[in-house]
Design a protein around this ligand. Structure first.
Ligand code: SF4
Length: 280
């Protein structure tokens, strides 16, 4: 365990952890909530594959049995396959998941995930608005092919959709495209003005606009896929500027179960209680 950053990690861990393997990403989403866009120190000194193995061994020894590999873009982490194989070996019955923007997924990697029983989720952020939503020149077509590949291979992919001012006018089409291409489930949430989104708060929906989006989805014809909404529009466990609280705060806010039920280990091994929270 020489030189491993285990001293950063608490003794008592929640059962479910997200591992942000890398802060690197080949997308440039304006709403990206990754916290290193606000706190660059969180991305300095990324762990190596061997160090991540030490972290995985430690967290499994401390009762974690549900691990999500994410980023940045997790498939940009060179040791991703090695880490998945290692995690499955020491956690034969645990839950393993991978969140990816989908752009680097290959058939071989997909089938490897299926073999290791790794649930895959991705995001479909737009159709006409895909380029704007991802800050790239890419189109949505490969994403739909990925969903169809999952359906053909009986390992369906879950989809999340972040709703902003840029894609809300085509939200029904995005939802239908994901459902009809074979998404396992769909989760929709309004953009949170955090991370890089802090500088693009004008893209965020107001609470009434978000309620309108929910109503539109509920009124759609049944596309045969189960879906859910995430109503959090601002992390209120963090200290937030008054104007953001006024606009995006939830009047019924209750402290969330972060740290008790789930937590995050960032690219350099820093433990945080939530993807949206950093108490520096
Ligand atoms: S939201 Fe995800 S895909 Fe988009 S820039 Fe951030 S990490 Fe990359």
């Amino acid at each position: 365990m020489n030189g491993l950053p285990l001293s950063n990690l608490p003794q008592k861990l929640p059962r479910q952890l997200s591992l942000e393997l890398t802060a690197k990403c080949n997308y440039n989403c304006p709403y990206c909530y990754c916290l290193w866009h606000e706190f660059p120190e969180l991305a300095k000194g990324e762990l190596t594959t061997e160090q991540w193995k030490g972290v995985i061994r430690y967290i499994v020894d401390h009762g974690v049995n549900d691990i999500l590999f994410t980023g940045g873009e997790a498939l940009l982490f060179p040791g991703i396959k090695e880490l998945i194989a290692f995690a499955r070996e020491i956690l034969p019955d645990g839950t393993l998941s991978l969140f990816t923007n989908g752009s680097l997924m290959t058939e071989e990697m997909f089938l490897f995930c299926k073999e290791k029983k790794v649930y895959i989720s991705t995001s479909l952020q737009g159709l006409l608005s895909y380029g704007t939503m991802t800050g790239t020149e890419r189109t949505f077509h490969p994403l739909l092919e990925l969903l169809a590949f999952g359906r053909q291979n009986k390992w369906k992919v879950s989809v999340s959709i972040t709703v902003t001012q840029a894609n809300r006018n085509e939200i029904c089409n995005i939802f239908a495209a994901a459902a009809l291409s074979g998404a396992e489930t769909i989760q929709l949430g309004a953009m949170m003005p955090e991370g890089r989104g802090r500088n693009h708060a004008d893209l965020a929906l107001s609470r009434p606009e978000w309620e309108e989006v929910k109503k539109t989805i509920r009124n759609m014809k049944n596309c045969g896929v189960s879906y859910s909404f995430c109503d959090e529009m601002l992390c209120e466990c963090r200290t937030q500027p008054e104007e953001l609280l006024k606009k995006f705060g939830n009047p019924d806010f209750k402290p969330c179960p972060a740290e008790k039920e789930f937590g995050v280990i960032g690219p350099n091994g820093t433990f945080r209680k939530c993807l949206h929270y950093w108490d520096n």
